[in-house]
Design a protein around this ligand. Structure first.
Ligand code: NDP
Length: 333
């Protein structure tokens, strides 16, 4: 597979210009281009330019309003609801971050239920601004059924990612961000695009038979990681991003989706916690850093997010190798 080197700035321009060509205004195009660029810059290719054709598909079909203006509804002092009015999730998150951070710094803990959004992104991009404000954060979102509940045969859960972030003085926050499926569907899509075979235990074909072919898994279903334990976490995501925020479960989102290749309308749950207020002093940073050191003194360990942060420094300086296959798909749009 051949690649083309692009600067981080050029990636942002390509993403933003493409979105604007399909009827997105500056505010919405910038918000989405920001998170596509962050993903490319940190080496998370399954959530970078790879997603642009999907974003465009939803604009073309009219499912997403590229000119939407999210509204903030403070349901309680610590509950900052954002209604995206059918926007892409990054626009709603951008609108909600400042009031969420303010509420968490006042109340010690605050939640941001997001409704009326279309989510297609990596969650860490959404927690980073919250953690950079000195807060711990948690986020999760559902999608459309593509994962089997433990013991079942039919897809019911989305790939339902969970992310947790921890602020660190003077350095990038520690953020882990993972699908509750064995593998993110985007990664399966990348493997299918590149003609790779997947390990055993990732998913099943349309008839429920185990397969290593990513194209067959895309027609069939994935499995959760960790058997019934991962399945319970995935169920928790459905409850928090669905029943808790007043949005759809994955199976409900699928019923009204037009299957245009982009994200369905759904919800998200985000929580921010001020460690200084919860603990009553500022000792949390040194305490946690000592703990991270304890992990890292063991050979073979690293902190979640370290790969991304290392990529960031390199790519900011040297640019990013972008697949020509995906660039071809974007120019074909
Ligand atoms: P990975 O399995 O690649 O990584 C999961 C987490 O584990 C990352 O934080 C990663 O950090 C960390 N990690 C990986 N290896 C190690 C290690 N050896 N030691 C310590 N930490 C490690 O992610 P997934 O494939 O599960 O998910 C990819 C992305 O897909 C996520 O960003 C998720 O939000 C997104 N997604 C979005 C969906 C949506 O509907 N919007 C649906 C499903 C997934 P690092 O990044 O540094 O490698």
């Amino acid at each position: 597979m051949t690649h083309q080197k692009m600067s981080v700035g050029d990636i942002h321009t390509l993403a933003k210009d493409t979105l604007m060509k399909f009827g997105t205004d500056d505010l919405n195009a910038s918000a989405v281009a920001d998170i596509i660029t962050m993903a490319e810059r940190d080496g998370c290719v399954s959530h970078g330019l790879f997603r642009l054709p999907g974003y465009v598909a939803t604009l073309k079909s009219g499912k997403v309003d590229g000119k939407a203006r999210p509204t903030i509804n403070k349901l309680a002092p610590a509950v900052v609801q954002v209604n995206g009015h059918n926007c892409f999730a990054p626009t709603a998150l951008k609108a909600g971050h400042a009031p969420l951070i303010e509420a968490a710094k006042t109340c010690g803990i605050a939640v941001m239920p997001l409704i009326g959004i279309h989510h297609f992104a990596a969650l860490w991009t959404e927690l980073e601004p919250v953690c950079e404000a000195g807060l711990a954060a948690f986020a999760c979102t559902s999608y459309k059924p593509s994962v089997i509940p433990a013991g079942g045969k039919k897809a019911l859960f989305g790939t339902n990612p969970i992310a947790f972030g921890w602020p660190r003085h003077g350095r990038a926050p520690m953020i882990f961000d993972m699908a509750t499926s064995v593998m993110a569907r985007g990664e399966v899509g990348v493997a299918a695009r590149d003609g790779h075979t997947l390990p055993e235990g990732v998913g099943v074909d349309a008839d429920g038979n185990p397969t290593r072919d990513p194209n067959e898994i895309l027609k069939g279903a994935l499995m959760t990681f960790g058997g019934y334990k991962g399945s319970s976490l995935s169920m928790m995501v459905e409850l928090l991003a669905g029943a808790m925020v007043g949005e759809s479960f994955s199976f409900e989102a699928a019923k009204r989706d037009n299957n245009d290749g982009g994200p369905p309308q759904g919800g998200e749950f985000l929580m921010a916690i001020d460690p200084s207020l919860v603990r009553g002093d500022d000792g949390w940073n040194d305490h946690a850093e000592g703990f991270f050191d304890k992990i890292l003194e063991q050979d073979g360990t690293r902190l979640p997010g370290d790969r991304r942060v290392a990529n960031r420094a390199k790519h900011d300086k040297e640019g990013v190798e972008v697949s020509e296959i995906i660039l071809g798909k974007i120019s074909a749009l």
